[in-house]
Every structure is written in C-alpha cells, then in structure tokens.
Design a protein around this ligand. Structure first.
Ligand code: DX5
Ligand code: ZN
Length: 224
C-alpha cells in the first residue's frame, strides 16, 4: 500500500500556521496530525476544537485528531463539528472503547485507537473489527522531539502479524514519535503504513516540502 505521511502540527509555527499548512500541502503531505492534550492524560496542554476549526478553513487535507485527554467521549462531537476526518482515542484509561468508537463513527468520522509504548499489542485484539486505523506511540505521548524507543520496531511487526492473522491485512498502522529519516525505513519494513512526524517535518533544517521528500526517500531506500 502507499505510505502516508502526516505532519504533526505540534512542531509547526503557530504564529504562521497558514504558511506552514500551505507548504506541507504543496510538499505532498497526505494528512495533518493534530495532538490534543489536556494536562491530565499527558503532562502538557496543546490545542482543541478551535484550532481544528481554524486549520479546516485553510486546507483540504484530511485532519486527524489524536486525543490525549481524559474522558475523550466528552469531546467527540466538538472535534467532529470542528472538521476532523479521523478521531483517535487511547485505549489507556478508557473502559468502554467500543462505545467511543461507535460515537466517533456515529458523528460521521473515521475512528482509530492508539496504544502507548508499553501497552501490549494483544490489548487490541477485540478492537480490530471496529477501527479504521491503529496508532502506535513510539515515544511516551506528551511532547515532540523525543527519542524513538527501539523496541517499537518489533511491536509494529507483531501488530502487523496480529492484524494479518485476524483477517485485517489492510489495517492502517500509524506510528507516532521519533519518526525521522533514520527510523522511517525500518518502521515501514515492520508494517507501518502511516508516518506521523513533527520534528522531522517542521524542524529538520530543510524546507517543509524537502523534509517530506526526505522521509519518502528514506522509506523507498528501506531500513537504515
Ligand atoms: C506526541 C505526539 C506526536 C508528536 C511527535 O505525544 O503524539 O504526534 O508530535 O513528535 P516528533 O515527531 O517530534 O517525535
Ligand atoms: Zn500524535
């Protein structure tokens, strides 16, 4: 399948967000990843529906909201109305994931689940029939610019095996955290199909289109 690249706006220039959005869109980004943090689920506060709505007005790319908040169910309607195309909720701390996924789909939005680095792949087993995407955190959620956790290559490979063995060979597996030119090739080799990247797109030293091209080249060259 084609590999999707989703720049994570956490590392964008929020004072010139429209410029950054135009550049990643011109550079061939496949989607925009927006990290929603509430200071409770993770020790950081970022953005909410207001920013999703503002981004919606300046791009036609799909908007993917990654909810790192307590009680995500309270905000699904808000993010759907703001223009999110995909809403991803974490399995951690949520006892009723099926209900959350139903609510997301009921709002007319694609639904995904995310796993923290230390949450086992098996935790997803019952969820596979109900999700459009699985997001594997490859750093602890909360901040951009952290180092990739090397055991996550194997975790992605085991998730791909689980999806294949359960009859979901087309499952979209997104990886988030420390994805860059060094890690991207091996992640795709392990079975990732969506690369979420903040630092590697917005703070690489290259122009934003060049940074996206660098990631695509790293994937086509394979593991480093
Ligand atoms: C972290 C967020 C990521 C973050 C990744 O909690 O979920 O989306 O932006 O940043 P980098 O690519 O810099 O590791
Ligand atoms: Zn994220």
């Amino acid at each position: 399948p084609p590999i999707r690249i989703a720049p994570s706006l956490l590392s964008a220039d929020f004072a010139h967000l429209a410029d950054d959005l135009a550049q990643v869109e011109a550079g061939g980004a496949d989607a925009l990843h927006l990290d929603v943090m509430d200071g409770h689920f993770v020790p950081n506060i970022t953005l909410g529906p207001l920013i999703v709505k503002a981004v919606r007005r300046c791009t036609s790319l799909p908007i993917e909201a990654h909810l790192m908040v307590e009680h995500p169910g309270d905000f699904i309607a808000d993010f759907a109305q703001a223009g999110a195309d995909l809403i991803v909720v974490h399995v951690e701390g949520n006892w009723s994931v099926h209900r959350l996924l139903q609510e997301i789909k009921g709002a007319g939005v694609r639904a995904g689940v995310s796993l923290n680095p230390m949450t086992p792949v098996g935790h997803l087993e019952e969820m596979l029939p109900f999700v459009d995407t699985v997001l594997v955190m490859t750093v602890e959620p909360g901040f951009g610019g952290q180092s990739f956790i090397p055991t996550m290559y194997d975790k992605v490979a085991r998730l791909r095996q689980l999806a294949d063995s359960r009859g979901f060979p087309g499952l979209d597996i997104a990886v988030d955290g420390g994805v860059d030119r060094e890690t991207a090739g091996s992640l795709v080799e392990a079975g990732a199909t969506t690369l979420i990247a903040g630092t590697a797109v917005f703070a690489s030293g290259e122009s934003l289109p060049d940074a996206i091209a660098t990631l695509r080249r790293a994937v086509s060259l394979g593991p480093t």
